[in-house]
Design a protein around this ligand. Sequence first.
Ligand code: ASP
Length: 421
Amino acid sequence: MNRLPHRWPLHWQIISALFIGLATGHILGPENRSIPVFGFAGDLFLRALKMVIVPLIASSIITGIAGLGSSKSIGRLFTRTFGWYMLTSLLAILLGLLLVNAFQPGLVDGVPVGEKMGLSELDPVTSAKISGKGANDLANILMRMIPENPVGAAAEGKILPLIVFCLMVGAALNALPEKLSAPQCRFWESLFQVMMKITGWVIKTAPIGIFGLITMVTATNGLEALGPLAKYAAIVLAALLGHVFITLPLLLWFTSRISAVKHYKAMLPALVTAFSTRSSSATLPLTINCVEEEVGVSNRVSSFVLPLGATINMDGTALYECIAALFIAQAYGVVLGPLDQFLVVITALLASIGAAGIPAAGLVMIAIILDTVGLPLEGVGLILAIDPLLDMCRTSVNVLSDSCGAAVVAVKEGETGLYKN
Ligand code: ASP
């Protein structure tokens, strides 16, 4: 991990920035006139991270796949990565399903929360976003994976089609004779190193950026928003914690003999950044940096597993989708039977795959699930107020699971000497 010239390790600087930001935001409160200054510092950091995403993803995937050798090893890597991602997302959803059924957060004192609160109005932006969503959107997700114009996809920051195109370029380079592929491979490898260098510089500013982001969010969203949603928020947080402290550690240990404590410690800077930015994609440069520098995974594995994970593997979002949809059903006083709950599980999985790694993407995707089981879309209005806080937590879990996937796949690919630092 890049360190500032001082002796204080970066992860401690970032964690301190988080807590100082929480305290400062709380003290300043929503009316304070200095809040935009903090927002400005945070946005600068966020923009700098976003600046490297497209060239970093493209060069990282092409270099990674081009260096894999036979199509058999590409297939093996893909199966392992995809297998991990689907397994962890499903387990996360099932844990969410269990807790939301056991504790029924949609009922307070036996009365559906919807009646107590009156459904909050959707703001025009959110309602415009979700009104076009529906079950047909799932087919569109597949359709949108193939870019009509890869340069356009890159320019618009559409990550999934960009990944698909880069996977193909990498595979094609692999299939060509060396004489033809070598100049391209050298170019992409060099571009990748340039992007990692810039990422290193951006990471050094993380403590200031994170301080700015957290101060602004804390000042503008006090905990008062919780109200009758406290039980719902507690169930989402309990499920996220259960996934982080029970499911993932057991999987890490039993599949690959990896200690969760060591892994989580190595990933701290990326986790705090995910928490502050609420974006898996914006955190990707840090995730790659931590996984390669601190965990010790090869670039060959991380460059394939992580960009894919930031886009399709969202355990936190998956369990959140399931809990939120069932919470809304309970809040409306609707009882969903086993078949409907099964539908929720499957759609939550697909929605988490289709959700972009950006703030509030998961919130918008809930509309797909509500539509599938026939619940009114306005139900999303119930959970709007609490979403930013839950988004921070679920994004950290999304990033954590991606990084666990990279470590597990590395072990399965025969890599040794991880966690040496
Ligand atoms: N913000 C999340 C992420 O970037 C997605 C979500 O809204 O659940 O991973």
